[in-house]
Design a protein around this ligand. Structure first.
Ligand code: NIG
Ligand code: FE
Length: 399
């Protein structure tokens, strides 16, 4: 097959732990949708049939960024609740008063399919402008059979509308709908909807919100048992506002990731290490809710638990559509290094989604990458509100 070369590039290959794997004066060679070489010019295999090449004049190439935790599809806005919080009402009080997630549920149920798609595409386009090539999208603002299914179908539609890889997550266990008992909701709506969505091939993984304003461990476990029977991997929103032991529970089901984790303890981290579960940190939610308890970064580092970063893009706790900003916040709010931030938005984010063959610039990986108008990867984490993207390449195609 013919090969195309990007030459005179600085490559951040991330091909081994604890280093950018920087290669100056590097070449990235692609054939179709696959990387066939990433390294110094002199090491380029001689047997390639070169079809064309482009000099990047020292520009940086990284793997395409991966946003591994978003709630991109919803109706309405929660600016009014933001205002309430700034007038002294807490996020939990708002949630208990019947607003919060359930107010977005009401707005989502009345939104048409085309409105859901249109508003999600706007948010998706903003993510793509940050060099993102894979996005995880959760349901969870429907909380009834029809709306959850509509959200997941819309999520699948996103990858037909734009050159991007979309991973769908069923988050029926996100909040208790108004007027329903939590157990009744889990057994008679959430679990049957999960089965129906899986039968329509709408679900890549299953998530649950384990929190005192959402579901108990026992309730989440019933959803996980169904996921297990369906052969679907699980992940969890855990220890965001309090310590509920959700991360430990998820690890018993070999969770791909546990997300938020501000309140996780040593036992939870030990369980994550043993299960190979990724810590997905969401500094946008921490920032927007004005939290003061940081996730225990040193505990993750000590145990070598991979840390990923994501936007958590959602209307209530993180109305953010920039993964580069999440990287900046990972550094400024959580003290992650720029290397940890880049790994968190590429290699470790891929692991949080159970995806192999993306997140690194190595031979055999999918040709999803970003070319930046900067020469060093720390520039990506350093900037606030800037996206120095030169080109986004998805499956070998310049977008
Ligand atoms: O990830 N934690 C639960 N879900 C979202 C917030 C949802 C909302 O407030 O609408 C989150 O932060
Ligand atoms: Fe979330």
């Amino acid at each position: 097959m013919h090969t195309y070369l990007y030459t005179d590039a600085t490559l951040a290959t991330l091909h081994k732990a604890d280093t950018y794997g920087l290669i100056e004066n590097g070449v990235l060679a692609i054939s179709g949708d696959t990387i066939v070489y990433a390294g110094p010019r002199h090491g380029l295999p001689r047997d390639l049939t070169i079809q064309g090449e482009q000099s990047l004049n020292g520009r940086l190439i990284t793997p395409g960024l991966i946003d591994c935790h978003t709630h991109l599809i919803y109706g309405g806005s929660r600016a009014n609740e933001f205002e309430m919080r700034l007038n002294g009402v807490s996020y939990e009080e708002i949630s208990r008063s019947g607003a919060g997630i359930t107010s977005t549920v009401a707005a989502t149920r009345v939104a048409s399919d085309s409105d859901l798609l249109k508003t999600a595409l706007k948010r998706l386009d903003r993510l793509l402008a940050d060099g993102v090539t894979t996005v995880e999208v959760k349901s969870g603002y429907g909380l009834d059979h029809d709306t959850e299914i509509r959200i997941l179908r819309t999520a699948r539609q996103l990858s037909k509308e734009r050159p991007v890889n979309i991973i769908t997550t069923f988050l029926g266990a996100h909040a208790v709908p108004i007027g329903l008992d939590a157990d009744e909701y889990i057994d008679s709506i959430c679990i049957p909807t999960l089965k129906a969505a899986a039968a329509e091939n709408l679900v890549d993984m299953v998530d649950g919100f384990c929190e005192n304003i959402a579901f108990t461990r026992e309730q989440i476990e019933r959803v996980f048992k169904t996921a297990q029977k369906l052969g679907l991997p699980v992940k969890i929103h855990a220890e965001q506002l309090s310590l509920m032991g959700g991360a430990e529970l998820a690890c018993q089901y070999a969770a791909l990731s546990a997300d938020h984790l501000e309140h996780i303890n040593d036992a939870g981290m030990d369980a994550m290490k043993a299960a190979g579960t990724v810590a997905v940190l969401l500094p946008g939610a921490y920032f927007f809710l004005k939290e003061t308890k940081c996730p225990p970064i040193d505990g993750f580092r000590l145990r070598k638990i991979p840390i990923a970063l994501a936007t958590d893009s959602n209307p209530g706790s993180s109305p953010m559509t920039s993964l580069l900003l999440a990287m900046n916040m990972g550094a400024t709010l959580f003290n992650l290094t720029p290397l940890e931030c880049l790994q968190g938005a590429t290699l470790h984010a891929a692991k949080a989604l159970g995806l192999k063959g993306i997140g690194q610039l190595v031979s055999g990986a999918r040709a999803d990458f970003a070319i930046w108008d900067v020469s060093h990867p720390a520039e990506l984490t350093y900037r606030i509100g800037d996206a120095p993207l030169f080109r986004r390449i998805f499956g070998g195609v310049e977008c």
